[in-house]
Design a protein around this ligand. Structure first.
Ligand code: ADP
Length: 320
């Protein structure tokens, strides 16, 4: 193997740049040439590619986002789009591809591999932590830290004004950010898509706290569970408490990556190069119990991502 390519695709996450740096530097260390593909699979189709050298990844480790940019590519979803991408694989002499992204990006990589046989390795980069086959994805830790910082700032106001704050965090299908940030932020209730909730229970917890003299509360809601505005309205209607809603939105996706994400991204990026050099394909780098693992992408994605019920129960116990 002489020349590999890498791209970032789907939603961006903090730590993608550190991963790009690790892929480029590890590959160059082993004498490989690296091509950076811009704007996800779009850059593949449109030949928007740049040769990467040691200097291309200088001074990026601490920066959020991705210097290669990212995109969702409708064209790559079509056989015609992928045929164009493969033309560029041949034209640029690419012998293996590292895809940093989420499950959608991995599905695209698998389809491409099935059709054209080009080796692909996935590195999980998404704040949602929603990829089966790995305990953690690049960007999750930073997003949780961002949410916890926001919760603690909002808590100051909640305490001063004796109000109930509803804080909506990202997580359309899974509540990993809500659970981790809610637990770390000392939330009274955490509402996640994995666990059904009812307003009676949420309000009863608030009223119980109020009877004990508690004058403020924080409720963390994953966006896929219910609209935070609706939650605020329902609570006000049932308890009479003054409720305020904060939607954290995209600020959870940016910012300087945490040290944990920088280390994870560096480890995973370097391992992706090792896997390509070892002749592996259709594998995703994951982390299990602190150890890097290589898992078959298709079999990982066919499994359900497990929810941490123990952590969920702990959050309920501690917010009694
Ligand atoms: P993420 O990687 O963050 O989950 P998406 O689900 O939007 O983000 O996927 C990113 C891109 O991957 C899509 O825009 C598309 O170009 C490509 N992709 C996703 N699924 C497929 C598929 N089944 N076949 C081909 N390409 C796909």
């Amino acid at each position: 193997m002489q020349r590999i390519a890498l791209l970032t695709s789907g939603g961006d996450s903090p730590g993608m740049n550190a991963c790009i740096r690790a892929v480029v530097r590890k590959a160059i260390y082993h004498g490989l040439e690296v091509i950076g593909i811009k704007r996800g699979y779009n850059g593949f189709i449109e030949a928007d590619m740049v040769p990467m050298n040691l200097g291309s990844v200088a001074d990026i480790i601490h920066r959020g986002g991705t210097i290669l940019h990212t995109a969702r590519s409708e064209q790559f979803m079509t056989p015609g789009g992928r045929a164009k991408a493969f033309e560029n694989v041949k034209r640029f002499g690419i012998q293996g591809i590292v895809v940093i992204g989420g499950d959608g990006s991995f599905r695209g990589a698998c389809v491409f591999n099935r059709e054209y046989g080009i080796p692909v390795i996935g590195v999980p980069g998404t704040i949602d932590n929603d990829i089966p086959g790995t305990d953690q994805t690049i960007g999750f830790d930073t997003a949780v830290n961002t949410a916890v910082e926001a919760i603690s700032k909002i808590r100051d106001t909640a305490t001063s004004h004796e109000r109930t704050f509803i804080i909506e965090v990202m997580g359309r299908h899974f509540g990993y950010i809500a659970l981790a940030a809610g637990l770390a932020g000392g939330a009274e209730s955490i509402l996640v898509p994995e666990c059904p909730f009812n307003y009676d229970e949420v309000c009863e917890r608030l009223l119980r706290g109020y009877r004990r003299g508690k004058l403020h509360s924080i409720i963390v809601v994953a966006e896929g569970t219910a609209s935070a505005i609706e939650v605020g309205r329902m609570i006000k209607e049932r308890t009479g408490f003054d409720t305020k809603v904060t939607i954290l939105g995209h600020l959870q996706r940016g910012g300087m990556p945490s040290a944990a994400d920088l280390i994870l991204a560096s480890r995973m990026g370097a391992r992706a190069v090792d896997l390509l050099m070892a002749g592996e394909t259709k594998k995703m780098v994951g982390i299990k119990a602190g150890e890097l693992v290589a898992v078959d992408i298709e079999s990982a994605l066919s499994q359900a991502r497990s929810f941490d019920h123990e952590l969920c129960n702990l959050a309920i116990t501690l917010s009694i």
